[in-house]
Design a protein around this ligand. Structure first.
Ligand code: ZN
Length: 200
């Protein structure tokens, strides 16, 4: 018997005939948990991004999902939004996840954006690396965000004159995505779009 990854309710078994011909995949979260996520399907536009598409609203269910996923490092949770991500990224190429800071990666042991893509079997390009923001003196965080670049291209990366799609888990002020988009555009990308799981 399988239990819901989020609330541990027992999941109903698939009828054998469905399992046999493989028309439906075994669910990993229960009906009531999947209904607690609220679709947003919001589309935004910034100076650096031709579009930012976000799938879900940042409601209570999503907050606890993110908490569990990021902080309890429950990598199986990456599978929860697999189908939704596959659908929205079906026609995109040049998919670029926002990287986690190398130091954070050590403590978290995985990058949650990459995990989302890995579980959905969506191919992506690791083009960006985060710059160290810690040794920048007394400036406030806001100042640093305005003035210092957050990302740079990895060494020996060639950017094509094509559309690139950035992926992040959450879209709040847009600072992170805009910084990343700027780097890609400067290097020659034609357009940069973004897809995020959540719109906060
Ligand atoms: Zn559940």
């Amino acid at each position: 018997m399988k239990a819901c990854l989020l609330c541990e309710a027992i999941l109903p078994a698939l009828p054998t005939w469905q399992a046999l011909i493989g028309i439906d995949e075994q669910k990993i979260i229960c009906e009531s948990c999947s209904k607690s996520f609220e679709r947003a399907d919001s589309i935004d536009k910034t100076t650096d991004l031709s579009s930012v598409t976000s799938l879900y609203a940042y409601n209570e269910a999503m907050q606890s999902y993110l908490h569990q996923f990021k902080f309890l490092q429950d990598i199986a949770l990456a599978a929860v939004f697999k189908k939704e991500l596959q659908t929205i990224l079906k026609h995109q190429k040049n998919i670029v996840p926002i990287p986690v800071h190398p130091e954070k990666r050590m403590t978290r042991t995985f990058g949650q954006v990459e995990a989302l893509l890995d579980y959905a079997k969506i191919p992506y390009l690791n083009l960006l690396e985060k710059l160290d923001q810690t040794a920048m003196g007394e400036k406030t965080r806001q100042e640093r965000l305005r003035t210092k670049p957050l990302f740079q291209l990895k060494p020996n990366i060639q950017i094509k004159h094509e559309t690139y799609t950035l992926i992040d888990d959450i879209y709040t002020t847009g600072t992170t995505l805009n910084h990343a988009a700027k780097v890609l555009r400067k290097a020659g990308a034609k357009h940069v779009e973004a897809v995020t799981l959540i719109r906060a």
